[in-house]
Design a binder for this molecule. Structure first.
Ligand code: GLY
Length: 370
């Protein structure tokens, strides 16, 4: 049984389909989009080695020929040089305005291929086939595309919604446990920001889900995508509610910068630690009870995830240094910072009223435990 989430944006509506073994149906699901019976696939070398043959076979069975470009894996690929390479390759393949490009990989490929599709011939359609949990629940949905700049992550890009998202949960079986759990950090985030019942369900079913339970994986990806779709429908370009998706991300961005965007800390791991810190800050500001951050930490700990700064290997800057890295320093107004905080699990909100000394207090205490 395939779950479906409809993203209802005027003129840019699309479906997210979620099920194990969707890849073998990819040709039949993509063919109705039209375009020539010849598609270009952007992927990375790891995903290509594992799954490209299966995708190309599935397309062929639906009468669709395909060519693929496999880029190097890793965040470093989200750069001008690989964007230029991708766009020039798509042009050399004579992609036309009516054609469909496939983004086949994790968040890096989805963001880069989506941006290439956004700017190629002023915009061609693209299909996301996300292969990581993080991409299935977050980056493949909602139309944020782009690359990194030496000045910071995701600073160059465009909103360009996909025409279809195929989330094949069986592909998650080839992820390392670390990559799977990093993606799970984003799943937990949805419960924390807007659905206490979902968080409670994750507390009960998270271990089975991590162990490979198919139904639990489909349900978790579907609920996450539904929550993201609801938010994106309300606020596609992040003028308001979409910022709630950044729960945990202010702390996370500082920690990612402090660890050099290296494998010392994966993005989803930083999100999980950041969510725990955001709840800690919320409790200290009297917005929620102290039980809430304790419950968040307990679940992350049960899942075997990184929970605290003490779980990050190597040196970190001091609290002042981390505060500066939050990228929020320019936005300080009268000593106040903007954050996503919470009144309870499942009830997050945006506020511009966070005293910087409160943030420093949370950071100092977290660093003291290292
Ligand atoms: N990943 C956050 C967003 O799509 O808005």
């Amino acid at each position: 049984m395939t779950a479906k989430v409809h993203v209802d944006l005027p003129g840019r509506a699309y479906d997210i389909m979620i099920a194990p073994d969707l890849l073998v149906q990819a040709g039949d699901l993509i063919a109705p989009l039209g375009g020539r019976k010849n598609v270009c696939i952007l992927t990375d070398e790891n995903v290509a080695g594992l799954h490209l043959q299966a995708l190309q076979d599935a397309l062929r069975q639906a009468g669709i020929a395909s060519e693929a470009l496999a880029l190097p894996p890793g965040e470093g690929t989200k750069c001008w040089a690989q964007l230029e390479r991708s766009v020039e390759w798509l042009l050399s393949q004579k992609v036309e305005r009516g054609d469909v490009v496939i983004a086949f990989g994790g968040g890096v490929i989805g963001d880069l291929a989506g941006f290439a599709a956004a700017i190629l011939r002023r915009g061609v359609r693209f299909v996301q086939i996300p292969t990581s949990l993080l991409a299935q629940v977050d980056s493949s949905v909602g139309g944020k595309t782009g690359i990194n700049s030496p000045s910071g992550k995701n600073l160059i890009g465009a909103f360009h919604q996909p025409s279809l998202v195929l989330a094949d949960t069986a592909l998650l079986g080839t992820l390392t446990s670390r990559d799977f759990l990093a993606g799970y950090g984003e799943v937990v985030k949805y419960g924390l920001l807007g659905d206490a019942d979902f968080f409670e369900w994750l507390e009960a079913e998270g271990p089975a889900l991590a162990a490979g339970d198919t139904d639990a994986r489909v349900r978790a990806v579907t609920r996450s995508c539904q929550m993201k779709a609801d938010i994106v429908q309300r606020d596609e370009t992040e003028q308001g509610d979409r910022a709630l998706l950044n729960l945990g991300h202010t702390f996370c961005h500082a920690l990612e910068a402090a660890t050099g965007y290296s494998d010392r800390l994966l993005h989803g791991e930083g999100v999980a630690i950041g969510c725990a810190l955001a709840f800690e800050l919320s409790a200290r500001m009297g917005l929620c009870s102290q039980e809430e951050p304790s419950r968040v930490r307990a679940h992350l700990r049960d899942m075997g995830m990184k929970v605290d700064m003490a779980d990050i290997a190597g040196d970190l800057p001091d609290a002042e240094g981390l505060l500066a890295l939050m990228g929020q320093d320019k936005k300080v107004l009268d000593g106040k910072l903007r954050f996503v905080l919470a009144r309870a699990i499942g009830d997050a909100f945006m506020t511009g009223d966070v005293p910087s000394d409160m943030v420093l207090g949370v950071l100092n205490d977290a660093l003291a435990q290292r």
